[in-house]
Write a protein that binds this ligand. Structure first.
Ligand code: GUN
Length: 298
């Protein structure tokens, strides 16, 4: 057995962002305004601050206007809903993202429900989840759509392949299973109650790990030659004398690389795709708001 090919999410995402930049420029030429994304961060969760900062910079680099709203942790649900409603009406804002998780006491589902479905670039609103489940055009959550792009780039047609998605979250597992089904894969959704998980995963030509448990998927769970997509981003406890622990995925990368045909690294695999797809969804939303056909080939 050789060494798996590395799936270069970082490079793929950079190319996608460059294409979006060109198309955002064309959009601004055609309409006299840039596409716009509003990002709302409530509280001071350090990881969320990093993500929100990265989203703002990625927008500006791609020629998308970024409107950041940083609110204190004590913000009431009514105040947050008022902001969302203002953003729903703002013609400069094509996409609205409220960074999750929200501080305790704020009802995430109520906030998501308040976002206009045609600005819901996260694809979290029940209208968009429903559209995905019945095969209508809508916004698809960024991380699973990014995973699908990497899989199609690597494998081409996914028809008839066995796919196992580990994790059943609304943000990743469920929409991932839907996308793979729509791409004609045979999909199993595994989760914390799945019996004989290793045996289930061993059947898969495609493994998508999205559980949030560091290095849970071992080499002997993987069918030789399988394509492994690792959505996990877990920080290990710091080593002696170090301030921060290492970032690892849900897959034991080094050992899995000896068995898989191709695998995404952590960091540099799925993570960069999430932001690139967020920009893509925002650009698509802008076209729709301007009454233009969606840009092709995204
Ligand atoms: N928190 C972690 N991932 C995401 C995401 O994709 N969107 C939002 N809004 N919050 C998140």
């Amino acid at each position: 057995m050789g060494e798996a090919a590395l799936i270069d999410g970082k490079g793929f995402a950079a190319a996608l962002r460059a294409r979006i930049g060109t198309l955002a420029g064309d959009f601004a030429q055609a309409t006299g305004r840039r596409p716009g994304l509003a990002v709302v961060l409530v509280g001071d969760d350090p990881a969320s601050q990093v993500y929100v900062g990265a989203k703002g910079r990625a927008c500006e680099e791609a020629g998308i206007a970024s409107f950041e709203h940083r609110l204190p942790a004590e913000t009431s649900e009514a105040e947050l809903l008022t902001l969302v409603e203002r953003l729903n009406r703002d013609p400069e804002v094509d996409g609205i993202l409220v960074q999750m998780p929200l501080p305790g006491g704020l009802d995430e589902q109520a906030v998501i429900a308040a976002i206009s479905p045609d600005k819901d670039v996260d694809g979290f609103h029940v209208i968009n989840a429903g559209r995905l489940s019945v095969g209508q055009t809508g916004f698809v959550p960024c991380t699973p759509l990014g995973c699908l792009m990497l899989l199609k780039d690597r494998l081409g047609d996914l028809s008839g392949l066995d796919a196992v998605v580990i994790g059943r979250s609304n943000i990743v597992g469920k929409p991932m299973a839907q996308l793979l089904t729509d791409a004609n894969a045979t999909v199993t959704v595994a989760h914390s109650r799945t019996r004989n998980l290793a045996d289930v995963v061993r059947r898969a030509d495609i493994v998508v790990a999205a559980v949030g448990r560091p290095e849970m998927v071992r080499a002997d769970w993987i069918k030789p030659g399988a394509t492994v997509i690792d959505v996990g981003i877990n920080r290990l406890p710091p080593a002696e004398g170090k301030e921060k622990g290492r970032l690892v995925g849900d897959v034991a990368f080094a050992e899995a690389s000896a068995v898989a045909g191709a695998i995404t690294p952590v960091p540099g695999g799925v993570g960069p795709m999430t932001i690139a797809v967020l920009l893509r969804n925002t650009l698509v939303a802008a076209h729709s708001h301007a009454g233009l056909e969606p840009p092709e080939g995204l």
